[in-house]
Design a protein around this ligand. Structure first.
Ligand SMILES: Nc1ncnc2c1ncn2[C@@H]1O[C@H](COP(=O)(O)OP(=O)(O)OP(=O)(O)O)[C@@H](O)[C@H]1O
Length: 240
């Protein structure tokens, strides 16, 4: 693992019964970068995230978050991780502030400390004016931004985002991508799972995951070589 890596995964496999969902996966996410994890449905993206977040027990290989081994130093590793799950993590009947206070408390942040932190993360996602709104009253895009604010509350080094734009309209999708890129500019590292090529830029890191295997890993521009759609088809045999 390089000093600059926010995430390092070495030789990780995972099976559900006799079905192998991840096959000897190795990858790194550099510090301060935007890395896309590209794969069609069933590629293994959510399974990989479930291992990194310890929802599933990782029995093979090694996972390190900001240099902390997930098995031996799980508290330190998880404290450096912010996660935006595919499914909603906020309570729709509570206000944005109440949701944030709850998640701050889960991370052991005192009420006194939480207040300025909540203001800070809501400003980062451009939702400062929605502090006292019920989550159920937010638009789809605002709701996703609030989820990102929740994931930032404990100031993680690495954000994991599992297809965060699914279900959003084109404009909200662009806003969520732009917001995440702005966070990366501010120093956070991001691993962005997606099956949408438009969300990836040539300067990004790129990992192509297919049927549980890493087929390409590096710079998106170099892997795509001017036509990422064609490269993806050549590598996987599938359209994305
Ligand atoms: N709990 C489970 N039990 C059995 N098989 C599973 C389980 N979870 C996932 N799988 C299988 O593992 C493979 C990878 O699934 P995974 O959800 O990780 O893919 P994904 O890339 O996140 O796709 P999606 O975009 O559909 O979420 C799929 O073939 C899926 O059917």
């Amino acid at each position: 693992m390089q000093q600059q890596d926010a995430l390092s995964i070495q030789n990780v496999s995972h099976s559900f019964g006799s079905f192998q969902a991840l096959k000897d996966v190795s990858l790194t996410v550099p510090r301060g970068g935007f890395t896309a994890l590209l794969g069609v449905n069933g590629a293994g993206k959510t399974t990989l995230f479930s291992l990194i977040t310890r929802l599933y027990d990782n029995r093979s290989g090694r996972i390190e978050v900001a240099g902390h081994d997930l098995r031996r130093q799980s508290g330190a590793a998880l404290a450096r991780l912010g996660v935006v799950f595919q499914s909603r993590a906020l309570d729709p009947d509570l206000t944005v502030a109440q949701n944030m206070e709850y998640h701050a408390a889960l991370h052991g942040i005192s009420r006194r400390e939480a207040r300025p932190r909540i203001a800070e993360v809501l400003a980062q996602v451009d939702l400062a004016d929605r502090l006292n709104a019920r989550v159920s009253s937010l638009s789809g895009g605002q709701s996703r931004r609030a989820e990102i604010a929740r994931a930032l509350i404990h100031r993680p080094e690495l954000l994991l985002l599992d297809e965060p734009t699914v279900g959003l309209d084109v404009r909200s999708r662009a806003e969520v991508v732009a917001l995440t890129r702005a966070l990366v500019q501010g120093g956070v590292s991001a691993l962005w799972a997606t099956h949408i090529l438009d969300e990836i830029r040539p300067g990004d890191g790129l990992i192509i995951l297919h049927k549980g295997e890493v087929l390409a890993h590096g710079n998106a521009g170099e892997i795509g070589d001017g036509d990422l759609t064609r490269t993806f088809l050549r590598l996987t045999g599938e359209q994305v």
